[in-house]
Design a protein around this ligand. Structure first.
Ligand code: SF4
Length: 282
């Protein structure tokens, strides 16, 4: 058995088996990324779609995803590559691409407004070695590196990526331990520690998806935005917060989409403490 130290789960993995996320395995007693260079999704997206609103607005970014996830959000929009039987199959059909090749691809679309590479769609940090290696090559060519993450990786992983990352959008999916533990299979304390460290490294924006009857209380938003307001980005400015609307998906189809008035009300509350609050999916 080998212990994986990449995220809060610390899986013990037998040779040939995979960890909880499906993206890591053990070989000869050593844990390695099974999804290294395995690409399931590739698109040139507007940076605002990540979402990042205060980092090179108006630019495009080459966005790549692999497979696997260490959370179990029942409403996942990307379940086909995150956690499902389909995700396991996508692992078998994913295309392999090396760090240099991905860098060249990103450079080739510079004339279409591309500023760099965003690691997104599935949880990129369960395969952080590919992020690190690609970022090393891409940064040397002047490209920007963006991560879209659930923020549950260990701080040692973040530290290893410190020299390379220019911006992150990190999910702060709610502000109660119950929601993180029981609904998402996550760990709120780990996410908070990750965010606190991330704002010392690069530009950070946060995203909260408002799910009816789960994390849509006004007091919860007051507490969440109050906590966010204590941090600053490296440029000394406020950390932007994206508040977005839930739609019934995947295993959570027992409720309607979030009422847009609810999203706007919670955004209003967040604006009492924060300078940059954006609503999404409304
Ligand atoms: S990254 Fe994957 S294998 Fe490693 S501890 Fe987390 S869930 Fe387990």
């Amino acid at each position: 058995m080998a212990e994986c130290g990449v995220c809060f789960r610390h899986c013990h993995i037998a040779d040939g088996q995979t960890g909880f996320c499906g993206g890591r395995t053990a070989r000869n007693g050593t844990v390695e990324a099974l999804n290294y260079g395995k690409i399931t999704s590739l698109a040139l997206d507007p940076i605002e779609k990540k979402p990042l609103r205060r980092f090179f607005p108006g630019s495009m970014i080459l966005s790549v995803g692999s497979f696997g996830c260490n959370l179990r959000c029942p409403f996942c929009q990307n379940w086909g590559i995150s956690w499902s039987e389909e995700a396991k199959r996508s692992a078998e059909t994913a295309e392999t691409i090396g760090p240099e090749e991905l860098t060249e691809l990103a450079l080739s679309v510079r004339n279409r407004g591309n500023i760099g590479i965003a690691f997104t769609y599935n949880e990129p940090l369960i395969g952080y070695e590919f992020v690190r290696d690609t970022a090393g090559s891409a940064k040397a060519k002047g490209l920007k590196i963006v991560l879209v993450t659930n923020g549950t990786a260990e701080l040692s992983v973040l530290e290893e990526l410190r020299p390379y990352v220019d911006a992150m959008n990190i999910d702060l999916k709610g502000f109660t331990d119950r929601y993180y533990r029981e609904i998402l299979g996550g760990d709120r304390a780990q996410v908070m520690a990750f965010i606190e460290r991330a704002v010392t490294i690069c530009h950070v924006e946060l995203t909260t998806l408002i799910v009816p009857d789960e994390n849509d209380g006004e007091e919860e938003m007051r507490a969440l935005s109050g906590w966010v307001s204590q941090m600053k980005n490296p440029d000394g400015d406020d950390v932007p917060l994206h508040i977005s609307r839930f739609f019934p998906r995947y295993h959570m189809q027992d409720r309607d989409a979030t009422d847009v008035r609810r999203v706007y009300r919670l955004a209003e509350i967040a604006r009492e403490k924060l300078k940059y609050v954006y609503t999404g999916n409304c």
